[in-house]
Ligand binder design. Structure first.
Ligand SMILES: *[C@@H]1O[C@H](CO)[C@@H](O)[C@H](O)[C@H]1NC(C)=O
Ligand SMILES: *[C@@H]1O[C@H](CO)[C@@H](O)[C@H](O)[C@H]1NC(C)=O
Ligand SMILES: *[C@@H]1O[C@H](CO)[C@@H](O)[C@H](O)[C@H]1NC(C)=O
Ligand SMILES: *[C@@H]1O[C@H](CO)[C@@H](O)[C@H](O)[C@H]1NC(C)=O
Length: 179
């Protein structure tokens, strides 16, 4: 028998295997597109802070504008700009000032839904946010539950800011494709 010869029955089963895997891969993907607008209610100082610096470069100030500062956050995300409006999700994760000049923050946030429609589902937000620009954009890189295989983007804009109480409201428009 020649070293590379494959017996006919084996050849057939290989062909069958190939056919099966090809037909599995060619199943139509029925992607849905969802758009939504949510508002991060962000308090970055005081006893009720929802965004807190947890570490930074030793000997440097730990601020939004200083390279290396890491924040942990758990912001309520509401359906409208008012702090008292209905909560839809929590924005939970970390962000770190990732540009040497302080201009960019690297955002790693899970949007953990708490409303009836998407309760328990999540969207994963990641990207370099030009934090001092009016309009920022980050990627939606994945999701769970109702948002499995999610991909898309989110735009962010600060729509309310009161520096005396370190309170900001950030509007977040999300466009996401998912199954
Ligand atoms: C969602 O928003 C995008 C723009 O961000 C728009 O192009 C698209 O048509 C919208 N999709 C739906 C389903 O409304
Ligand atoms: C913090 O939250 C508590 C409980 O909701 C509230 O009584 C208090 O006024 C808040 N403090 C500030 C500084 O917002
Ligand atoms: C969301 O799920 C949690 C845990 O299963 C449950 O306690 C909560 O009541 C649910 N909330 C809504 C709005 O359905
Ligand atoms: C979100 O979408 C609304 C309606 O299209 C628009 O007015 C607003 O500027 C958008 N904001 C962001 C942060 O993209």
């Amino acid at each position: 028998m020649a070293p590379n010869a494959i017996t006919p029955p084996l050849k057939l089963s290989l062909l069958l295997l190939l056919a099966i895997s090809i037909s599995t891969q060619s199943q139509p993907h029925q992607l849905k597109e969802t758009n939504m607008t949510l508002y991060f209610q962000d308090v970055s100082a005081g006893p009720n802070a929802t965004a807190v610096p947890i570490t930074g470069i030793p000997g440097h100030l730990w601020t939004f504008a200083s390279f290396g500062t890491v924040y942990c956050t758990d912001d309520p995300m509401t359906e409208s700009i008012e702090q008292s409006s209905a909560q839809v999700a929590r924005g939970q994760g970390i962000y770190v000032t990732s540009a040497l000049d302080g201009s960019t923050t690297h955002v790693l946030i899970s949007i953990v839904f708490t409303n009836a429609k998407f309760n328990g589902s999540t969207l994963e937000i990641q990207g370099a946010s030009q934090q001092f620009e009016k309009m920022r954009e980050v990627a939606v890189v994945g999701g769970t539950g109702k948002f499995r295989y999610a991909k898309g983007f989110a735009t962010l804009m600060t729509v309310y800011l009161d520096t005396t109480i370190a309170y900001a409201v950030i509007q977040c428009n999300i466009t996401v494709q998912h199954y």
